[in-house]
Ligand binder design. Structure first.
Ligand code: HEM
Length: 462
């Protein structure tokens, strides 16, 4: 089904949308997220009221520090949002990321179980508010955080975790470019390739989505009549620890020559097949044998015409699972197939944390640092179940994805005791790598809502 033509004409009321939905604050290289618990609702409301002028709204690139603010369902309740309004949010948001059902769905079991998490764990301090601070440099960030911490004293909120980020350039810790493939929201200033242009209602409440429907949105009725959800977005945050040494050691062992010597080229090629892009970002579908950095930002490609069987980019690679593009039934290779995929897109705004380590250093047993490093994965969408959870469960973690037999996402899976398999399609025979262990383990997370400007003012009572 083609996207509803109405969605193409809608203009987004960008001045009322928090900046993070419209931009990644990429020039703001320093960032930290404060996870807060509300102790006293009235105090928290007045804290929010004084913070309001500093919240960054709209598309304009901020010159100074940028701030955005999101809340969990418990945070919204503590700030006084009435049950009738709260009930308009989605069930998964109201239940939260750590309900037993969601843990099963997201694979958060065993070592990944929420009881082991550093923040957001059931029974731990309640996660109510997330203050995201982006600064042009670390000095500006330090100064802003000091000010915010001073403001928190006696405010009715307390800090339960600080999520620091690390500027490691444009990549993630395994050594690959990240943040390359993003959907373009129609109805805002920018234009992008048609295959990545998605209706605003996929990311913002209050607009038509790719089904031609308005997402369910919480309402405030009575004297303050307000579509509380409008211009707001759900925000999924997960702290994912990456075992960089484990990743490079696995691909090193799997690609040794018959005489036992390492084969660096084959090692990088296997790692790239797991991701679906080379370290530079070049897509394997466009360059299957060598990394060609000039293709790094090339994103206007599909899989069906030239790579239906995964001979270039394996069918189970991370990027192919998390966005199968035009390979989805019922008619792979057509616009209708891409349109099905458009109902499962995410705006990714994650940032790495922890010190970087180069692949060679990770392979050197002596020098591998035990430090924690990983990704504060952050995604925005209008329907957590249909977008983030569907991608995680039905595509990434699904052992039978696209006709595979027992393979989960090679970056995100591997949590069972025997690991997962990873299949590299080939002629005359495919190659199956067995026992791929878990390289990524969740250590915290929650579902938040990032309200529009009007909704924030309503919450603050101003
Ligand atoms: C530590 C964990 C993760 C790492 C290291 C990682 C790494 C990457 C890399 C290197 C890319 C390719 C560059 C790009 O297109 O931006 C990518 C793409 C992507 N990842 Fe992840 N990722 C992680 C977790 C996740 C999770 C949890 C999800 C969602 C459930 C996800 C969804 C996506 C999507 C949707 C794409 C874009 C695919 C496309 O449109 O072609 N990633 N990731």
């Amino acid at each position: 089904m083609a996207a509803n033509p109405l969605t193409k004409r809608t203009r987004v009321d960008t001045d009322d949308v928090q900046g993070l939905v419209l931009q990644g604050f990429g020039k703001h290289r320093a960032a930290a997220y404060l996870v807060l618990e509300v102790i006293d609702g009235a105090g928290a409301r007045s804290w929010l009221s004084s913070l309001l002028p500093e919240i960054t709204l709209g598309e304009a690139r901020p010159s100074g520090v940028a701030r955005n603010l999101a809340l969990t369902s418990s945070g919204l309740a503590k700030l006084g949002l009435p049950p009738a309004t709260l009930s308009g949010f989605s069930l998964e948001f109201l239940e939260g990321m750590t309900s037993a059902h969601r843990s099963r769905l997201l694979g958060d079991e065993g070592a990944a179980a929420p009881v082991r998490w550093e923040w957001g764990a059931p029974g731990g301090p309640e996660v109510d508010v997330l203050l995201l601070v982006f600064a042009p440099d670390t000095d500006a960030l330090t100064a802003a955080l000091e000010r915010h911490r001073a403001d928190l004293t006696g405010s009715g909120l307390r800090e339960v975790a600080t999520l620091d980020t690390e500027d490691i350039g444009r990549g993630e810790h395994f050594g690959f470019r990240d943040g390359l493939s993003q959907p373009t929201m129609s109805g805002v200033g920018r234009a992008g390739p048609q295959r990545h242009t998605v209706a605003p209602g996929e990311f913002l409440l209050g607009y038509l989505n790719e089904h031609g429907q308005y997402p369910r949105s919480p309402q405030v009725t009575g004297a303050d009549d307000l579509d509380f959800g409008r211009n707001g977005s759900y925000l999924v945050l997960r702290t994912l620890v990456q075992d960089v040494a484990g990743f490079w050691r696995y691909v090193d062992r799997a690609t040794r020559r018959p005489d036992g010597s390492p084969d660096p080229e084959a090692r990088t090629a296997l790692a790239a097949r797991m991701v679906g892009r080379w370290p530079s970002g070049a897509p394997l579908t466009l360059s299957p044998e060598v990394d060609r950095s000039e293709l790094a930002e090339q994103n206007d490609f599909g899989y069906d015409a030239d790579d239906r069987d995964g001979m270039r980019c394996p069918v189970g690679a991370h990027v192919r699972r998390t966005n199968p593009r035009d390979s989805l039934p019922p008619k792979p290779g057509t616009e209708a197939s891409t349109d099905v995929g458009k109902r499962h897109r995410l705006l990714r705004r994650g940032r790495p944390f922890g010190p970087p380590i180069a692949p060679d250093a990770a392979l050197d047993e002596g020098s591998a640092q035990p430090a924690d490093r990983g990704l504060h994965f952050l995604a925005l969408c209008s329907d957590i179940a249909r977008q983030f959870e569907f991608i995680s469960h039905t595509w990434a973690m699904n052992p039978a994805f696209a006709g595979l037999l027992d393979d989960a996402d090679p970056l995100l899976g591997g949590h069972s005791s025997r690991g997962t398999s990873f299949t590299v399609q080939g002629v005359p025979v495919r190659r199956r790598h067995q026992g791929v262990p878990a390289f990524v383990t969740p250590r915290g997370g929650a579902y938040f809502f990032l309200p529009g400007g009007r909704a924030l003012r309503h919450l603050a009572g101003s």
